[in-house]
Design a protein around this ligand. Sequence first.
Ligand code: MN
Ligand code: MG
Length: 652
Amino acid sequence: MPITLDRRSFLAGSAGLIALHPFSLQAASNQVHLRLMETTDLHVHVFPYDYYADKPRDTVGLARTASLVKEIRAEATNALLLDNGDFLQGNPMGDYIAYERGMHDGDLHPVIAAMNAVGFDASTLGNHEFNYGLEFLMKSLAGADFPVVCSNIAKETGAGPRDDKTLLPPYVLMDRTLTDGAGQKHAIKIGLIGFVPPQVMNWDRRHLEGNVQARDILQTARAYVPEMKEKGADIIIALSHSGIGAARESEGMENASLALAGVDGIDAIMTGHSHLVFPSSKYDGLDGIDVAKGTLRGKPATMGGYWGSHLGLIDLMLERDAGGWRMVGHASEARPISKRNEDRSITALVDSNATVLAAAAQEHEETLAYVRRAVGKTDAPLHSYFALVADDPSVQIVSIAQSWYIAQMLQGTEYDGLPILSAAAPFKAGGRGGPEYFTDVPKGDVAIKNVSDLYLYPNTARAVLVTGAEVKDWLERSAGIFNQIEPGKADQLLLNPAFPSYNFDVMDGVSYQIDLSQPSKFSTNGELENPDASRITNLEYNGVPIDPEAQFIVATNNYRASGGGDFPGAKGDSIVFEGPDTNRDVIVRYIVEKGTISPRADANWHFVPLPGTSVLFDTGPKASDYASDVQGVEISAAGEGPEGFARFRIDL
Ligand code: MN
Ligand code: MG
């Protein structure tokens, strides 16, 4: 029984509908109102808690989203709750279960326990479900009280998708009884089909290669949707763990939801993966997208943010006639669990659901203990007091972990074998943050909660392809943080206060010196100011002057790679790898795998000597404990700086 769209009776967009009364009341005697609720990208966030900061957070948590679910179930006669994937990994609770407690036969994963408590009707897989390997995944899914579908991951592929031996059922057909506006019951067969980005084969190569294969989302959809129709699906909902993406289809696309909306037979689309909200003004004016109606190519769609921040909601009005079910109206929205006030404070809009909290309460306590106890050791203190004036261990650990990760990710690709450099900047380095605003992890035990101190932002890992000339200009851009210094003069101020420390990228994998007597090539904002200027000297790779024509991979983050800070070689067009993993996760994995880390700064960069010249800079007062350890530069105390800072002198 095909479902047809009757455009004449389409209701207005979501705004119009919400202004009316609850949808159920509008259903006529031959009509049913069906609400589809979506969570996506939960990333193990059950409690409203930030385990890195080790404090409660009102913007996250399935326990909060569950309260929205409860409200909606109370409003609607017919409702389905669906999860769109990325539930198993992404916060320290996920790491705790995977790295410490493990999933033994019969163990229930806390996020699955919480999802069981909320009462999900079905879920699909996200790319992060593969992060801990297939055995861990299957053991975790074994505890789910709901079906989990995924159509484009196969243990064995056949001639076409329909001949594949898929890892999980590609789709489910659920027989439901829906109540119409007159209270009459009607049988309906609801089809749910799942999709994951095929890029998982690269992102989790070490777990997946030789075990499973991925197929293109659109090709797989075109194969299975007709089969679902043949088997009697009255309505088909895509659980697309994929961003909204481009309108134009391309082979193997990662963000395929807009293109997927063009596949005949799909009636509604749940999206995710990109951690955004749909409908929202973020998508205003884009080809094929109608934010007011909440549609992708005319089909109702939603995306419920991430970490439980929103509940995605699609309302469908279905009408039964001799020809079967028809969709006669729809609306989409995304309901938030919190709101940001004008003063940037956060107000929770719902309370936690106690049953959901209880389902993961024990693991929550265990996770708190886990983030607070040592998971590794550092044999050097990790502090950023001198990160702007010398090679620095707190930046070094980030660089080392990034190159370690990117080397794995590029294995077997066309970039395998190119030299890998790594760029990282000190995020906490005083400045406007004040004299306490520094990274300071003492030598000895490293706890997971320390990692947020090492990597402040929720960036994701990227690799860019650059030339030797661009490497040099990247460093010239960074060196703009320094004032121009007059040789032979004492006590000149070193740092330009208008230049943020997060744009001071240090590059690991090459060695270089910075000549402070030269003007900066780039302005504070990155404009080319002195085309012939050169502060970077003796730039070498493997002890040999860098070839301006040679190619290099630079490991960095999404902010820099997509043009943040306007760095040469990183304007958004040089990205060769987009990692799904946060830089913070990369550091945690590196520490867990290595046990003891040795982020000893190797003084691969330092200032060019300028005899008879000295400069002053301000840093945190705690810096005095470490001043004598700094390699490659001669630092001495020079009294107090302004506003609680301590002043130091460097003899160049
Ligand atoms: Mn995600
Ligand atoms: Mg170094």
